[in-house]
Design a protein around this ligand. Structure first.
Ligand SMILES: [Zn+2]
Length: 104
């Protein structure tokens, strides 16, 4: 049998994990969100983040890299998780967005 990391994809659209999250920059209020891979090797526009950690990407300026950080596409504000660690994966980003939206 083959093993995969994928979870069963039988979630209906109404599932809370599928809902879209929205980024608002705490510094400048912009809704542009970018991902930076491997420092500055890759910058991708992020169109949407789902609560289950899935990310939908827009235009990618440069390819390559595997380390990920997320920042505001306007002012460059970098998103930090707990203990001031930069967020590096989709689920952490989704958790951060949920926390942020709960504050407003
Ligand atoms: Zn900003």
């Amino acid at each position: 049998m083959s093993s995969t990391n994928y979870e069963l994809r039988e979630t209906p659209l109404e599932q809370p994990e599928r809902r879209l999250l929205y980024f608002t920059c705490p510094a400048c209020g912009s809704c542009r969100l970018q991902e930076i891979a491997n420092g500055l090797w890759s910058i991708s526009e992020i169109n949407a983040v789902k609560a289950n950690g899935e990310i939908e990407y827009g235009a990618c300026e440069i390819d390559g890299g595997n380390k990920r950080t997320f920042r505001c596409g306007k002012c460059g504000y970098e998103i930090e998780g707990d203990d001031q660690n930069y967020i590096e994966d989709g689920q952490s980003l989704a958790d951060w967005l949920i926390t942020q939206s709960a504050k407003t």
